[in-house]
Design a protein around this ligand. Structure first.
Ligand code: LLP
Length: 422
């Protein structure tokens, strides 16, 4: 469910015509819907109504300060993976006790900063990291609250580049070694054991791997309590998928996901933590691009648009499918034609869609690339010296540019000429 819909023949973001927005902002740009963000957060939160829970939105999915602030005002905490993300969460007004810190490569400087801030918990991913955290905490007179991230060796049945819960993935501590590591952690200075953590992957559309993983988490929490550790929370990670492709991929409803979680946590009397990213942000954003040219190859048709792989890398990196809607509704009535949607970047991998049956887009037409609110803008780059594209947020009948398009001067001004070239 999202708030991008046709009104009077023109695609709107909530109350705003994307035609109007494009003429004011220029293309390409990302557009986010406040109502959609809010709805998704609330659907997730309501699924856990009555439970002691903390939702830590995964900042990496979309880290624009306006997005973070919108979610923070709804009560969301944040899951961060770098000092930069932690600073963003704090700048958006998120209380430190609602922030968790994940990632396999936290530096000692990042640990010290997060300890100073007083975050809720670190998700520790290895014994070496645990040792470093203990040293940093003890040296600074802090107590680091932690959960150990456990790798359950479960196949989440998603794209291989976004699976994190299999034995060969770099994440977490092998399940079989976790209990022993908790025993060691309990004796380390500056470390307070508080919970267990797992995150098995992203864009998961089947409940079975979640159920299998959560059952293991439940067993582990029980064993750890037997060993005398206080387990106050279980962090179930993120990973709930979204429907990129209409009826073709149907993710579980948050209520069904919640049933699986509740079954695993039953009678444990623990706080439930979550780190959803995509489920909150993906459908709340679109990428609006304009058709520059149409082009007939020897055996293919190409629709050349002004957005490229540097703006949205998901299609070429994960073979991701994003629906493409014409801003002008009339186009949908015409018979579809098969085309590659490609950008101006000088690489064959620069495409947004391959062999896609789409309405016959012509030069100048606006196209909305749907479900682009998560892992879109955050993964963009300036490759080919293309300035990062603007981000716009809509709320009802109003909108604001929440990240302006940088000028070429700003982009070139990031470089410095060394003395010997002057
Ligand atoms: N927690 C941890 C520890 C994570 O590593 C991630 C995502 C999440 C939570 C949030 O997962 P979500 O609910 O969004 O599935 N760039 C890729 C996705 C990378 C996901 C990385 N980790 C893509 O565009 O598909």
């Amino acid at each position: 469910m999202h708030h991008f819909a046709y009104r009077h023949g023109v695609l709107h973001a909530e109350g705003i015509s994307l035609n109007d927005m494009a003429s004011q902002v220029g293309t390409p740009f990302y557009c986010y819907s406040t109502a959609t963000l809010t709805r998704h957060y609330e659907v997730f939160a309501q699924a856990f109504a009555g439970a002691d829970s903390l939702i830590c939105y995964s900042v990496k999915a979309n880290s624009n300060l306006a997005v973070l602030k919108t979610l923070g005002q709804l009560g969301s905490g944040m899951d961060v993976v770098s000092e930069g993300e932690l600073r963003r969460a704090r700048a958006a007004g998120i209380a430190p006790e609602r922030i968790v810190f994940s990632g396999v490569g936290k530096t000692r400087e990042e640990m010290a900063f997060a300890l100073e801030e007083g975050i809720h918990a670190f998700n520790v991913e290895s014994e070496a990291e645990l040792t470093a955290l203990s040293e940093v905490a003890a040296a600074g007179g802090h107590e680091a609250r932690i959960a150990i991230r456990v790798n359950p060796d479960i196949d989440p049945k998603t794209h291989k580049k976004i699976s994190t819960g299999k034995a060969e993935d770099k994440f977490g501590v092998p399940y079989a070694r976790a209990r022993e590591l908790y025993t060691r952690a309990a004796a380390m200075p500056g470390i307070q054991l508080r919970g267990v953590h797992m995150h098995i992957g992203s864009q998961i559309t089947d409940l079975t791997p979640f159920g299998d993983a959560f059952a293991l988490l439940r067993d582990l929490a029980g064993q750890l309590r037997e060993d005398g550790h206080s387990i106050e929370f279980i962090n179930f990670g993120g990973g709930l998928g979204v429907p990129y492709r209409g009826d073709n991929d149907v993710p579980p409803h948050p209520d069904d996901y919640a049933r699986t979680v509740r079954a695993a946590a039953k009678d444990l009397n623990v706080r439930l933590l979550f780190e959803p990213g995509r489920m909150i942000a993906a459908n709340a954003g679109i990428l609006v691009t304009r058709v520059l040219y149409t082009k007939k190859g020897a055996n293919k048709t190409f629709t050349v648009v002004d957005a490229a792989m540097n703006d949205l890398i998901r299609p070429t990196l994960y073979e991701a499918w994003h629906e493409m809607w014409p801003v002008r509704e009339e186009l949908r009535k015409e018979s579809p034609q098969t085309t590659d949607v490609v950008g101006p970047v000088c690489e064959t991998g620069d495409y947004l869609a391959l062999d896609r049956a789409l309405p016959p887009f012509h030069e100048g037409d606006l196209m909305a690339v749907m479900t682009a609110g998560a892992y879109g803008a955050v993964q963009s780059s300036t490759y080919n010296t293309r300035p990062l594209i603007p981000e716009v947020m809509v709320s009802g009948d109003g909108f604001a540019i929440v990240r302006p398009r940088p000028s070429f001067e700003e982009l070139l001004g990031l470089d410095r000429i060394p003395e010997w070239l002057k």
